[in-house]
Ligand binder design. Sequence first.
Ligand code: ADP
Ligand code: MG
Length: 399
Amino acid sequence: MTKKNIAAVDVSGKRVFVRVDFNVPIESGAITDDRRIRAALPTIKSITDRGGKAVLASHLGRPEGNGFEADFSLAPTAKRLGELLGKPVVFPSNDCIDAASDAAVAAMKNGDVLLLENVRFHKAEKKGDPAFAAKLAHGADVYCNDAFGTCHRPEASMVAVAKSLGTKPKVAGFLVEKEIKYLAGVLALPAKPFVVVLGGAKVSDKMACIDNLLPKADHILIGGAMAYTFIKALGKGVGSSRVESDRIADAKKTLELAAKLKCQLHLPVDHVCNTEFSEHGDIEVFEEIKDGYMGLDIGPKTQTNFALLIGKAKTVVWNGPMGVFEMSPFAVGTKSIARAMVDATKKGATTIVGGGDSAAAVEQMRLAEGFSHVSTGGGASLEMLEGKKFESVDVLDNA
Ligand code: ADP
Ligand code: MG
């Protein structure tokens, strides 16, 4: 199932349409985090270093789809990309398919980089419209998908543009290749013991992921708010912790299925609790949560239990923080998982973090380098953990 990579294509003198994910946070015109732009650099450089012409397309945010909106312009990302590459990036127009864009693409010289304006200024992008896609392709000779964060969305620039190229090469960029290698490759054949750590806000978001991983994992460790729906399903007290009442029956089924499949599902045995959802109030650790208290992080015993299991693992996949890590009194559990995984990596385990907030937590703690892989795609990585197939990847040539 390996896909052909950009390095395997002769790009010299060719127009390469590269779908990147430059959906970066921008506050009053300034980019506050350029990680997604930096993540695309290896692919862009590989094209330009070999004399190819890189025509980049991306979305940014959720504009109406009725034309240009200044708040969603990619102009700041063109500027930042130019700084990172150390050379100018052509940003031809405020419309990705107009005559000015066409002319600018036609005028490109070998080694040039051009960024088209936000593809979501056209409703046709979300609809996956082939006529729009044919224009957007601007006569490309090669299609390259390096937008992992958008791979779960079959939008025009992700699928229809690739299809519009017919038999011409359609390949993965280095970022997409790495994400697939880890998220799909490791899950297909995980070295055992395989430990999955799940947390985050909503059990409903992660049910499909649990169902897919139960038959594969040896241990599933559950923390975060989602643990309380499970604890409630076992008939135990959860105080005023966040519970999804309509998912208690599902949680019971999952517990039964885990027992049948011999996958050990571990719930927290103690909790850092508070009387209110804030850093103030009365913060205490309980094994059985008292009425009037809500669980906001896994407790010290749970941290130790989870770290021991991670320490014995050969593969660890983590999605979802263990507590409300945005507030420092409840960040300890998440930090302890991150540290345990970094230690496991040093001992030779393959360690993967998927999920927007979990990845952000790991970056915040400056521990990202210590993992085998920190996914750049929140929604896309969760869908891969759910075992979903992406049309945007299927459409690429096999290696
Ligand atoms: P990811 O983006 O990594 O998949 P989620 O979006 O599922 O993670 O969940 C992240 C959110 O879960 C964080 O904002 C965090 O504050 C929240 N969270 C974690 N534990 C709790 C808890 N015990 N109670 C309430 N919210 C929690
Ligand atoms: Mg999230």
